[in-house]
Write a protein that binds this ligand. Sequence first.
Ligand SMILES: Cc1cc2nc3c(=O)[nH]c(=O)nc-3n(C[C@H](O)[C@H](O)[C@H](O)COP(=O)(O)OP(=O)(O)OC[C@H]3O[C@@H](n4cnc5c(N)ncnc54)[C@H](O)[C@@H]3O)c2cc1C
Length: 430
Amino acid sequence: MNELRDSLQGDVLVEGDPEYERARLCFNLLIDRRPAVIARCVDADDVAAALAFGQSNGLEIAVRGGGHNPAGHCAVDDGLVIDLTKMRSVEVDPGAKVARSGGGATWLDFDQTTQAHGLVTPGGGIGHLTAQFGLTCDNLLGATVVTPVEGIIRTEDSGHQELLWGLRGGGGNFGVATELRMRLHPLERVVGGRLEYEGEGVAGALRAFRDAGATAGTDLSIQAQVSVKDDLTLNLVVVPCYTGDGEEVAELADLRSADGLVNDKVRPQGFLDQQVVFNPGYGVDRNYWKGHFVRELPDELIDVLVASMSALGRPPGAILIESLHGTPKDIDPSTAALGYRDAAFNVSVMADWLDSALDDESSAWARETAAAIEPWSFGGGYANYMQADEPLERVRAAYGPASFDRLRALKTRYDPDNVLHRNQNIPPAD
Ligand SMILES: Cc1cc2nc3c(=O)[nH]c(=O)nc-3n(C[C@H](O)[C@H](O)[C@H](O)COP(=O)(O)OP(=O)(O)OC[C@H]3O[C@@H](n4cnc5c(N)ncnc54)[C@H](O)[C@@H]3O)c2cc1C
């Protein structure tokens, strides 16, 4: 530990330190791990030193960004956590419309800084500006990455262009990203917020949501979340985000007149307000998520989703449906390591509960509901929402076989010993 402390500018936390318990906490309380050591790095040199320390001492290594991955990959029992929570600075070059973001910055850090300049990068991966500006990774221009084999590199450096392609979707498999350079777009305000429905009208409103996604252009992103209330009536929240001219959104007309509407809170607002329309607390409840990209959202599938939601028989828990229309379809697919650009929607079953006695039952509900969606599956699930128990085949399907083989070649080059395996893992070649 003294050797590690001496080699870092940042601090090192071990069991018993006052900040250790908070620093080991994941968003998902289902994951409860006690690392041997948490290295809170402040720059790329710190990350390189921590990575080398972990490798030479044979420690299992986890990398912590925002801690929000439902799989809890940011923590590891008895191992080393390379913690990036002190690397959250975001710098904006308004002229070039580029942001330079520390590897541990959260969307709140990022959006607050960029919005002060009237600029934005679409957050998510899939988020409130996906139809307008594509997926987050479509806006990744370059990165500084600390790799297990080649040390600190920049994707702009000669010979590393393929790494940029891999980082656009392949996550933390190749190295620890200490700086991400993102393309910015002008954005002053959105017409957004939520439309809320209850009871019998929910299935009809979901059909209107689907049709809005099908007809919307590149100035309207839209998502929907189904859940049940305490009295077990169905609840639907539809979240549009419109960036076109004026305040009227023609594509929302049918949604606004659909049966069961109990609340219409769609209005002009700042993008920071839009980003917190859904805003669950950190480290509050237990989560198990499973889903599918789907080709279409026919009435039959809507009925399956509504029936499955009712079958849960208690709140919390939800099914999230994100529309993938618009710009993701217009971008040259060869620029990023993604296999789902042509899917119509991302449908995610999100079991969410407080009592550990419900662990098996809640996880089973998510798995069974996802299985019921599978006949419409486009292939694979969304890596950002995957739990740690997903089989390799699902990870492969998320990229498609050709991209997956290309990612494996990258992994073999930058991390042949799979030092960075606490992620939706792409194994190196045998
Ligand atoms: C409440 C909530 C809402 C969400 N909403 C959305 C949404 O709207 N759209 C969407 O697409 N996703 C969403 N997600 C999913 C989220 O984007 C992913 O789970 C993402 O991986 C979280 O990143 P993180 O850095 O916070 O997580 P972490 O758990 O810290 O890290 C996730 C993975 O990335 C690795 N990692 C993190 N930072 C780095 C880095 N700098 N370099 C290398 N590897 C790194 C970690 O090792 C780990 O494997 C949501 C998740 C939650 C919990």
